[in-house]
Each structure stands twice: as C-alpha cells, then as structure tokens.
Design a protein around this ligand. Structure first.
Ligand code: ADE
Ligand code: ZN
Length: 348
C-alpha cells in the first residue's frame, strides 16, 4: 500500500474543524437556492481564494448564511461526518458559529438539535463519533457572546434535544483589532456552566494574544497558536503544561497567508520544541483539503516518517476532551490499525 492511502486510512481525530467550512459545494448551491441567498457564480469554488483571514471570512460568512433551518443544519452535519470518515476521521470535536443565525432570528435550540440529528445519522452509518463546540464570533462582540453562552446554559438545564453534544465553547473569526478580554465574561460563564473552553489565537496575532487566551479566557486549548514560537517563555509554558495547540498548516498557507509555502510552516519546529501540536484541516471544503491529505502533505513537506505521523495522530487523542476511558480506547484503535497499515506499506 502506498503511504498516501495508509495515511488516509489511519484512524484520526480532529479538533479544529468548522462544520460550516465542510459544506460540500453542491450543498452550498442547493441551500442558497432554497433559502434565497444570492451567489455570484454557479460554482462556489470559484470564490475560494483568499489573501488573508478577513477575505476568507467574507466567503465563510456567505456559506454560513445558506443555513436557514434545523433540517439544513442536520444535512450539513451528516455530510460533514460522512465526508470526514471517508478519509479516516474517527472522532471530531467540531466548531459551529451561530452568531449570524441567532442575529437573524434562528433559535440556538433548533441549530443544536439539527446538528445533533445529522451527527447521529452519520455516526450510525460510519462509526465515527462527533461532538460540538459552540464558537463565539469575535465580529459580533462580547455581549452577543455572553448571550449565546447564557442561552446554551438554559438549553443544558432544560435538557434540550442534542445539547449534550455541545461540550465546550470557542472563539473564532476576525482577530486583528479585537480585544480578547471583551469575551472574558462569556468565557467565565461557560466555565461555571461546566463547559470546556478553547479559543482561536495567534493565527494573525502575536503571542500576547495566546497568553490572553490562556490567562483571561481560561482556554484549555489554543486553536492555531501559530505565533507561539515567537515567545520562548510562552513556548516553555505551553510545552510544560501540555496545553494543546490545534494547528492547521495548510489553512495557514491558504487562508491566513501567514506562511508562503507549507515547507516553511513552523509545525516541525513547534513539535521539536515539545509543543502538543495536533494536525487539523480548519475548513476543508473551502480550501480543497481533507484530513488524509493534510497528513500526507505535512509528511512530505516536513520529511516525516510513518511513525512520526502515528505519533501526531496519538497526540490528537491526548488533546481531546474525551474521558480517560475514551482516550484509552481510541489510542488502542489507532495503535492497532497503525501497526497493520505500517506492515503493509510499500518499501523503497
Ligand atoms: N472561522 C472559520 N475558519 C476560521 C479561521 N481559520 N480563523 C478564524 N475564524 C474562522
Ligand atoms: Zn479555525
């Protein structure tokens, strides 16, 4: 078997993937038509070229705006896991960012219920498992973030359908010029409600933002954390405390344009520095990517060997919010399948 196929089949977890960024182009077209959203082209992939995070977000927001009902969210979630599982995904903690939909009058209860419906259907079909992280959209500000967390807490108390899938909150969208401390209230409330916390930091911003994500927002993980190595003391702390970074190397090239070529990405240096740097796709359908190719392209670009890739997959498990038993089971599965796949690899 060639290594590309083996990497595609290797069981993998993913902790940094926006569910809206997995929407199939055909689904974008169908939902846009159904919900009266104007697309300037019959082929949305023509729009998928970005010069920085904000130009990407304009397209991401357009794609998001096609989701109009519980059924639409269910379809998105179903297709997202089916497509991921086709490339070795076995467990995902997936972001969804409902600010724009809540602003337009959708109810968080319907969004969560729809997502949970779709995830359950896909789990039954594929065996992959998926949980959700409700992301606050920085562009909507701290008050909207707090309202979202309050509503989520209400739904948890009421046992609203599917809400048990939402295991944490996150923070995404535009970074530059937004003060992370505006979201301290929302994050504090989330912590009190027993939700995990993570935040996008250091995609386009310096290490000081990563520190704020940890110290002011109480983030247990940092999404991207691309600028970590610029601060040696922060790097020592992240490594020493095994704080996971959910790194998305291809995204950093294609979306943020923060790195000119994959070969120049600091990922290998991050791992050499002892960082728990996991591998993720971010927005695979908007960047022509999948998790198997994310692994393969990184293996080639960073001159990694098969055991390095297995170690990266296992680090993904460590970084999940699964309980110890869940982590043990997943680790065992990856080790078993990796050994079998490794045996069958083409040599030479
Ligand atoms: N939303 C979707 N993808 C994102 C990214 N890479 N950074 C911030 N917000 C996002
Ligand atoms: Zn992201």
């Amino acid at each position: 078997m060639d290594v590309a196929t083996a990497l595609d089949r290797l069981p993998k977890v993913e902790l940094h993937c926006h569910i809206e960024g997995t929407m199939r182009p055909a689904t974008v077209v169908e939902l846009a038509r159904k919900n009266g959203i104007a697309l300037s082209t019959a082929d949305p992939t023509e729009l998928y070229r970005y010069s920085n995070l904000d130009t990407f977000l304009e397209i991401f927001w357009l794609v998001q705006s096609t989701l109009g009902s519980r059924e639409d969210w269910a379809r998105l979630a179903y297709e997202s896991i089916v497509d991921g599982a086709a490339h070795g995904l076995v467990y995902r903690e997936s972001f969804f960012t409902p600010a724009r939909h809540l602003d337009a009058g959708q109810d968080l209860a319907d969004i969560v219920a729809g997502l949970a419906d779709g995830l359950a259907a896909a789990e039954g079909e594929t065996g992959a498992r998926a949980m959700l992280i409700a992301d606050i959209d920085r562009a909507y500000g701290g008050a909207a973030g707090r309202q979202m967390v309050e509503r989520l807490s209400e739904l948890r108390q009421a046992g609203s359908p599917g809400v048990e899938r939402v295991i944490g909150v996150g923070l995404d969208s535009t970074e530059i010029g937004v003060d992370p401390t505006d979201f301290a209230d929302a994050f504090e409330l989330a912590g009190k409600a027993g939700l995990h916390r993570t935040s996008h930091q250091g995609e386009e911003t310096p290490p000081s933002y990563i520190r704020l994500g940890l110290d002011v927002l109480g983030s247990e993980r940092i999404d991207h954390g691309l600028s970590s190595l610029q601060d040696p003391e922060l790097t020592r702390r992240l490594a020493g405390e095994r704080i996971p970074l959910t790194v998305c190397p291809n995204s950093n090239v294609v979306i943020a344009n923060a790195v000119p070529r994959l070969e120049l990405h600091p990922y290998p240096r991050m791992r050499e520095a002892g960082l728990l740097a996991t591998l993720n796709t971010d927005d695979p359908a908007l960047t022509d990517m999948d998790l198997g190719r994310e692994y393969r392209s990184c293996m080639e670009a960073f001159d990694y060997r098969w055991p390095d890739m297995v170690e990266i997959a296992l680090d993904g498990v460590e970084a999940t919010w699964l309980d110890d038993g869940g982590k043990r089971d997943l680790r065992a599965r990856i080790e078993r399948d990796a050994a079998a796949l490794g045996q069958g690899l083409d040599r030479g």
